[in-house]
Design a protein around this ligand. Structure first.
Ligand SMILES: Cc1ncc(COP(=O)(O)O)c(C=O)c1O
Length: 399
C-alpha cells in the first residue's frame, strides 16, 4: 500500500494588516494559524484577545450586545477566514452553523418553485442528515439523497436543485467527492454549493478554491482540538452571504460563548502541528490495519487501494487523520474492539489530541447503509507505536 504524497506548501493571503505591525502575509498556512486574529500590537497590550464575559456593552460603541458578535468572536473569525479564503462567521456549534447555512438557502432558485430542493450526500454527519430529513418531512425542503462519490448520480439529481450539500471526506464512510466537478455542475443549474470540511480541516482541503460557495466546520473537532468545547464556523467569499449568515446567528440566537471562541482560537495555534502528526500516524496505522486479518476493509483515502485515493491526491493536501474499518467478525466483533482498547478512548467525536474510536451503528440515527461492523477511528497525537500496540492487543481479542 502506498500513501499519498504531500501537496505543495499552502500560502494564505491575509486580508488585513497586523494592527500595529504593518502588512500581514502572504504566509504559509501554519504561520497564518499562529499569527491570525491577534489584537493590535500596542506596548503593554496582551498578545491574545482577552476572554470577555459580557452580554451587554455601554451604548454608542461598535459592540452593544454579545449575540451580534464580540471582540472574541471577531478575533476567531479573523483567524479562520483566510485559512479557507473567505470571511468567517462563528456559531455556537457545528449544527448551529449548519442550520444557519440551511436557513440562507433561497426558495425558488434553480428554476424551482418553493420549497427549495437540496441534493445531499447520503453519508453525511448524522445530525445534518437528521435535520435535512426533518425539514423534508415537514415540507420545508425537498431532499434528494445521493452517493456523493458517484459524480454521475449527483449530476443526474441536480436539475431543479437549489443547493448541493457536499461532505468530503464523508462521515463515517470516508468517501471523497469530486468537489470541482460537482460544484461546476451545481452552478450550471443555479444551485448553491455547501461543503462540510470538518474531516479535512482547512489544512487538508480548501473547498472555496474547489468551487464551493459556503464551507462548514464543526470547530468542536480539529480546530478546537482538545475535546473541551462546542463551536461551529461558516465561511464564504460572498459578502452578501456573509452578512446573511451573521444575521442568522443573531436571529437564531446561535452565538458562541466567549470562552469557546477563546478555546478554539487557542486550539488553532497548534492545528498545524497536530494535523501533521495525527495524519502521519493515521497513515501508518491505516497501512497496518489493511494487513490485519481481523479487518475486512479499511476506508482511508491515503491508501492506494481506496476508491478516494486519486481524488484525495488531486484535491487535498493529505488524507487526514480519520480512518474507518470494518471488522471481519461483524457487529459483535466491532463492538468488542471498541470495548477492548485502553489507550484509544471509546467515545463519539473526533479531531482531538486523544485518539477515539466508536462503532457508528450503535447510534439509531446513523444511516442504515453504514455497515454494522464499521468502527470510526480518530487518530490523535499520541506516540504512534503506543497507539498501534494498544490497537493490536484489542484486535487480538477479535481475530
Ligand atoms: C462532519 C460533521 N459536521 C458537523 C458536525 C456537527 O458539529 P457539532 O457537534 O459541533 O454541532 C459534526 C459533529 O460530529 C460532524 O462530524
Amino acid at each position: 500500500m502506498t500513501v499519498v504524497g504531500r501537496g505543495p506548501p499552502r500560502v494564505v493571503a491575509m486580508p488585513n494588516d497586523i494592527p500595529g505591525r504593518g502588512p500581514a502575509g502572504p504566509w504559509h498556512v501554519e504561520t497564518a494559524l499562529v499569527h491570525g486574529g491577534r489584537p493590535p500590537a500596542v506596548p503593554g497590550a496582551p498578545l491574545n484577545t482577552p476572554i470577555e464575559p459580557a452580554s451587554t456593552y455601554h451604548a454608542g460603541g461598535e459592540i452593544e450586545y454579545a449575540r451580534d458578535g464580540t471582540a472574541g468572536t471577531e478575533a476567531l473569525e479573523d483567524a479562520v477566514g483566510p485559512l479557507e479564503g473567505g470571511g468567517a462567521v462563528a456559531f455556537a456549534s457545528g449544527m448551529a452553523a449548519a442550520n444557519a447555512i440551511m436557513d440562507t438557502i433561497p426558495s425558488g432558485s434553480g428554476g424551482t418553485a418553493h420549497p427549495p430542493v437540496i441534493v445531499a450526500a447520503e453519508f453525511t454527519y448524522t445530525g445534518v442528515a437528521m435535520r435535512l430529513r426533518e425539514l423534508d418531512d415537514r415540507g420545508a425542503i425537498r431532499l434528494r439523497r445521493v452517493d456523493i462519490a458517484d459524480t454521475g448520480a449527483v449530476l443526474a439529481a441536480l436539475p431543479g436543485a437549489t443547493a448541493l450539500w457536499v461532505e468530503s471526506p464523508t462521515n463515517p464512510m470516508l468517501e471523497v467527492a469530486d468537489v470541482p466537478a460537482l460544484a461546476e455542475a451545481a452552478h450550471s443549474v443555479g444551485a448553491l454549493v455547501v461543503c462540510d470540511n470538518t474531516f479535512a480541516t482547512p489544512l487538508g482541503q480548501r473547498p472555496l478554491d474547489l468551487g464551493a460557495d459556503v464551507v462548514l466546520h464543526s470547530a468542536t473537532k480539529a480546530m478546537g482540538g482538545h475535546s473541551d468545547c462546542l463551536l461551529g464556523i461558516a465561511i464564504t467569499a460572498d459578502d452578501e452571504r456573509l452578512e446573511s449568515l451573521r444575521l442568522r446567528r443573531t436571529l437564531m440566537g446561535a452565538a458562541p460563548g466567549a470562552l469557546e471562541c477563546y478555546l478554539v482560537l487557542r486550539g488553532l495555534r497548534t492545528l498545524g502541528l497536530r494535523h501533521a502528526r495525527a495524519q502521519a500516524s493515521a497513515e501508518v496505522i491505516a497501512e497496518r490495519l489493511a494487513l490485519h486479518p481481523a479487518i475486512a476493509r479499511v476506508r482511508y483515502p491515503g491508501l492506494a487501494s481506496d476508491p478516494g485515493y486519486a481524488r484525495c491526491r488531486r484535491h487535498m493536501s493529505g488524507p487526514g487523520s480519520m480512518i474507518s474499518i470494518e471488522a471481519a467478525g461483524g457487529a459483535e466483533a466491532a463492538h468488542r474492539l471498541t470495548e477492548s482498547t485502553s489507550l484509544w478512548v471509546h467515545a463519539t467525536s473526533l479531531g482531538g489530541v486523544e485518539s477515539l474510536l466508536e462503532r457508528r451503528r450503535r447510534w439509531d440515527a446513523e444511516t442504515p447503509a453504514v455497515p454494522e461492523s464499521l468502527v470510526r477511528m480518530s487518530v490523535g497525537i499520541e506516540d504512534v507505536e503506543d497507539l498501534w500496540a494498544d490497537l493490536e492487543k484489542a484486535l487480538a481479542t477479535i481475530a
